[in-house]
Design a protein around this ligand. Structure first.
Ligand code: BGC
Length: 756
């Protein structure tokens, strides 16, 4: 097997080259050994290797090789811990290598625009910073083992409804501030081997055919130097896709698109250099990943232990009235729910892993509580084949006899999956009825939730004592749940997405999943907590929320500018409780008035710390320029406005603990005025405004303008939105034309800070 390209090797012919750029079969590329291009194996996925053999399907219907199923992204993100995610990445990389996989198809870093997206379990967060930081750690981990990552799905693939052809109609600022930054960060900080373009269109153009996306933004602006692979079947027009920057078409089909590309070169429609560039990138990928090829032994037991450790740090303790948790080591407990025996731990579709083993919560709890009595009742049935009332009765009878009832409930396998979106946020009604009935009967009730997409807690939340959101926790999730229930692990997960009160409260509600081939991202940048906090909409639990069995003090919160648009945040965290625990420091920024509407606050930095009882540490978080910038659609660039920024230390997106004010000078930019600029823009211009005011007051004719003379605030307000062109028509002769010409020239050369 060739491991690197020999410059003396013969160049492949045109037909060979076009053939190299589409898959050989579902999971591998073709080879041209003489030309130094080996066949490469690509496999899903984000939280476990799904290595299928030749008789493979593509959506996980047939079993793949056994591999560790780590917690899917929805859970991983709740750890808010890049180090932990990096360790998962390393383990994935090792398993991929051992199974002969060159490129692992993940992570998925699309933003959770709506809680209804059927694939939210495969994505990290509603926030681009959290998604980007964790995605970076994932890629660095996988690639440290010599395996390439494929960051997906680029871009604006935020729903499953019509996912293969819907046009995501998103404005420029929203793309730049919400939907692209996670990809951008990963490209800059982790240098992924490949990026996978998505199925959907963006503003009418298929992602696979978008030169703006795949070449201008991804390569020219961000410096991506890897290979762009299509999502499986995402290429409709292969020539257009190659021209746009999609190098490799997967899975490839019968070869007729290879012939189309060759014909396009021969007819002059396509420059052969485009094909050559894509082949060079494919070769570059081969060189990169094959350099890491070699024997790689996997200790599946160790990976299972890692999966458990990780899952435990991902669980989010949402509610814990009267310190119901952790459970006492002795006493009588009832564990209720089919999922407590047969864990729901991953989602359906292409990411489906053939787990090496699966731990059920009830067995694991029994193992950790040898001195307690732990009984089990099924409580509900996920297939609908048993009598729900009878199962409920049995569970209620048991719950009435014990100290604490632990209910494990959640979404059923087919309630959510790749390929379709949900239509509501509700748990199955029989499970809700069960929770309410048990809560009435039991002395104390704990609910453990297993779900890939957010579920509503309404109708039962206030009736139970404690709630753990376990998401889909991977194959070792049962042990992790037992660890947190018993206090063997102190919970430290934080919500990576908001839990709303009602579906109707969610920002994309009126525009999801779209109609007639289009989905309009009408909420703009107000996604997730950005919307709830800005509009003052109450939620059940805010983004960033999560409780602990210990307490943390935050002191000496300081923010200091260390450049015109950068700052350092410092805070000392002390574990004031009596057990070891981890805490997530969250830093948000509120912008001053600026030329664009701004969310009430945005997450701009975070760090997770581990502290023994009584221990303190000082956390330093750097806020870079981007923490203060908005995307300016006139300049098509990032701009920092001048003014006072509030930097907030917060427990979550809603509860601010401390605030510091940072005065930033803002970018000094030339803001040329034209006759189409508004009167208010003319007057607000820092150099031109005062010159105009004084010139008008004493005008060349010595006559004051009507506006200046009558000069009331109301009059100026009335005129302020007029273009200068119209203003001049309404008040002819009041401002000499030469003066305007002169002021416009001044505005073309004087750099001024950008203000609101
Ligand atoms: C999915 C990708 C996946 C690919 C290969 C597609 O349908 O969208 O996420 O990697 O299939 O299984």
């Amino acid at each position: 097997m060739a491991t690197s390209h020999d410059p003396g090797a013969p160049e492949p012919r045109l037909d060979e080259k076009t053939a190299l750029l589409s898959g050989r079969d579902m999971w591998s590329t073709k080879s041209a050994e003489q030309a130094g291009v080996p066949s490469l194996v690509l496999s899903d996925g984000p939280h476990g290797v799904r290595r299928q053999r030749q008789d493979a399907d593509h959506l996980g219907l047939y079993d793949s090789e056994r591999a560790t199923c780590f917690p899917p992204a929805v859970a991983l993100a709740s750890s808010w811990d890049p180090d932990l995610v990096g360790r998962v990445g390393e383990a994935l990389g090792r398993e991929a290598r051992a199974l002969g996989v060159d490129v692992l198809l993940g992570p998925g870093v699309n933003i959770k625009r709506s809680p209804l997206c059927g694939r939210n379990f495969e994505y990290f967060s509603e926030d681009p910073l959290l998604s980007g930081v964790l995605g970076t750690a994932h890629v660095l981990g996988v690639q440290s083992q010599g395996v390439g990552s494929s960051v997906k799905h680029f871009a604006a693939n935020n729903q499953e409804t019509e996912r293969m052809r819907v046009s995501a109609d998103v404005d420029e600022r929203t793309l730049r501030e919400i939907y692209l930054p996670a990809f951008e960060r990963i490209v800059a900080e982790a240098r992924p081997a490949t990026v996978m373009c998505s199925y959907n269109k963006i503003n009418g153009t298929y992602a696979s055919e978008s030169r703006w996306l795949l070449t201008q933004v991804l390569r020219e602006e961000w410096g991506f130097d890897g290979l762009v692979v299509s999502d499986w079947g995402a290429v409709g027009d292969r020539v257009a896709a190659l021209l746009a920057g999609t190098d490799l078409e997967m899975p490839g089909g019968d070869g007729h698109t290879d012939a189309e590309v060759a014909a396009a070169v021969r007819s002059g429609e396509l420059d052969e250099a485009v094909v050559d560039t894509a082949v060079t990138r494919l070769r570059g990928l081969a060189d990169r990943v094959r350099a890491g090829t070699g024997p790689c032994a996997v200790d599946f037991e160790a990976h299972h232990r890692l999966a458990r450790e990780v899952a435990a740090d991902c669980l989010v303790l949402l509610r814990n009235e009267n310190r119901t948790l952790p459970l006492a080591p002795t006493g009588q407990f009832a564990v209720i729910g089919e999922f407590a025996a047969a864990l729901r731990y991953q989602g359906g579709g292409s990411s489906h892993v053939n787990a090496t083993r699966i731990d059920g919560p009830v067995n694991e709890l029994r193992a950790l509580l040898p001195d307690a009595q732990v009984d089990f009742a099924r409580g509900y049935d996920t297939t609908g084949s048993s009598d729900a009332a009878r199962l409920r009765e049995e569970a209620v009878t048991l719950a009435a006899q014990v100290d604490t009832a632990v209910l494990v409930v959640g979404l059923r396998e087919d309630d959510e999956s790749e390929g379709y979106d949900r239509e509501h946020l509700l748990l199955p009604p029989d499970q809700v009825e069960l929770v309410r009935a048990v809560a009435r009967a039991a002395r104390r009730t704990v609910v453990v939730l297993l779900n890939g997409g957010v579920v509503s807690l309404e109708g039962w939340h206030d009736e139970v004592d404690a709630v753990i959101e376990a998401w889909l926790p991977g194959q070792a999730g049962g042990g992790a749940i037992a660890d947190v229930l018993t206090g063997r692990v102190n919970p430290s997960g934080r919500l990576a997405e908001t839990i709303p009160l009602r579906l109707g409260d969610t920002p994309s509600f009126l525009n999801f999943p779209g109609e007639q081939g289009h989905v309009r991202y009408g909420e703009g940048v107000m996604v997730g907590y950005r919307y709830y906090e800005t509009a003052g909409v109450s939620v059940r639990y805010p983004f960033g929320h999560g409780l602990s069995y210990t307490d943390f003090d935050r002191t000496d919160f300081q923010v200091t500018a260390d450049g015109p648009d950068t700052a350092k945040v410092r805070v000392t965290v002390t574990n004031t409780g009596d057990r070891f625990g981890r805490h997530v420091v969250q830093v948000y920024v509120t912008a001053p008035r600026r030329p664009v509407s701004s969310p009430a606050r945005e997450l701009r930095g975070f760090a997770k710390v581990a502290l023994a009882p009584g221990e303190s540490t000082t956390v330093v978080i750097a806020l870079d320029r981007r923490a203060f910038a908005y995307w300016d659609t006139r300049r098509h660039d990032w701009v920092v406005a001048a003014g006072q920024y509030r930097v907030q230390l917060a427990d979550n997106a809603h509860d601010v603990v401390a605030t510091a004010v940072l005065d930033l000078p803002g970018d000094q930019l030339v803001q040329p005025l034209t006759l189409d600029s508004s009167v208010s823009e003319w007057f607000a211009h820092p150099t031109v405004g005062p010159a105009l005011t004084s010139a008008m007051a004493s005008g060349p004719t010595g006559v004051q303008t009507t506006a200046a003379a009558e000069g009331t605030a109301d009059t100026l307000r009335l005129l302020s939105s007029m273009a200068m062109r119209q203003f001049l028509q309404f008040l002819p002769g009041q401002i000499p034309h030469e003066l305007l010409e002169q002021l416009m020239r001044i505005s073309e050369t004087s750099a001024e800070p950008v203000c609101g």
